[in-house]
Design a protein around this ligand. Structure first.
Ligand code: FES
Length: 218
């Protein structure tokens, strides 16, 4: 059944179509009441933050070439992500793009959340390596199935590799091969974000490649 809230595309700037809470709703329908309540609290908090960020021009625009990347949460929330912050083989870091000229963090749209992981360059296929910076690769953190955030970094159900996993319906993506789907219902890979390094800091080298967000419904 068509659900326009989960119909998210790769608009190059503002996402009037996308509901910032769509992934939260998807999670809440599939958890216990208690977990649903907790998720709801987190979603509401995220919504308030998104509203505040929306007030800043550029906060909901997709990552732009030259943006720096900053941690989304934890002790280092807001700090610039540097190559030295990433351990070889993971786990991934979650980041927002940030405009270095205006200092606006582009957290006004959840579609801008990015997964970054450092891998052995020799493991990357040619296309992935061309977008990587010293083995560090970046992808949209929003699952292509129904728009949940991709949070897992686990051994694949389909092989021996450690891969990204969306816990909502178990879709898995291999970051070594352009985040292609290796398990689960996702219809397509995660959008890739080309990276560069500038004095050890990660920067965006180009726009997202591929669609960002959930599959087209109906
Ligand atoms: S939202 Fe269904 S697998 Fe991610």
């Amino acid at each position: 059944m068509t659900n326009p809230k989960l119909d998210i595309t790769s608009s190059p700037s503002s996402d009037n179509v996308a509901d910032p809470d769509s992934g939260c709703l998807a999670v809440q329908t599939r958890r216990s009441l208690l977990l649903g309540a907790l998720a709801g609290t987190a979603c509401l908090a995220g919504s308030r933050q998104a509203v505040a960020e929306d007030d800043q021009p550029g906060a909901d625009e997709r990552p732009q070439k030259g943006d720096i990347l900053v941690f989304t949460d934890g002790d280092r929330e807001g700090a610039v992500v540097r190559s030295a912050d990433l351990s070889l083989g993971g786990p991934p870091v979650h980041a927002w793009p940030k405009d270095p000229r205006t200092s606006v963090v582009r957290s006004g749209s959840r579609l801008n959340e990015i997964l970054i992981v450092r891998l052995d360059p020799a493991e990357l296929d040619e296309q992935t390596r061309s977008r990587a910076a010293d083995g560090i690769v970046a992808y949209s953190a929003i699952c292509a199935h129904a728009g949940c955030p991709v949070t897992g970094w686990v051994k694949s159900d389909a092989g021996d590799k450690v891969v990204f996993k969306c816990m909502c319906h178990n879709s898995e993506y291999d970051p070594r091969e352009s985040a292609q789907v290796v398990f689960g219902p996702a219809p397509r890979r995660l959008a890739a974000l080309p990276l560069a390094l500038n004095d050890g800091a990660l920067t965006v080298a180009g726009a997202f490649i591929g669609k960002v967000g959930a599959q087209q419904q109906g």
